[in-house]
Design a protein around this ligand. Structure first.
Ligand SMILES: [Zn+2]
Length: 75
């Protein structure tokens, strides 16, 4: 799993989860699975959203370079 894939997966999970939670106003059983999907975005975020050089959390950084060590993120 590389950083870009992890970031894309995280963004997709949070979007899908939020849509499901919003959809629960119409169809209530979506609430719990929606919350689970939305929170599961934390898994790729904490496991793989790290700089390959210094290993620090990149946070919302989607730039080409690490904000801590300046290393290139796409390898
Ligand atoms: Zn770094």
């Amino acid at each position: 799993m590389d950083v870009r894939k992890a970031q894309r997966l995280r963004d997709m999970l949070i979007l899908i989860g939020l849509c499901m939670v919003l959809g629960s106003y119409v169809f209530e059983p979506l609430m719990i699975p929606g919350a689970v999907v939305a929170f599961s975005c934390l898994i790729p975020h904490f496991l793989w959203n790290k700089c390959p050089h210094c290993g620090r959390q990149l946070g919302r950084n989607e730039a080409e370079f690490c904000q801590f060590c300046g290393g290139k993120i796409d390898d």
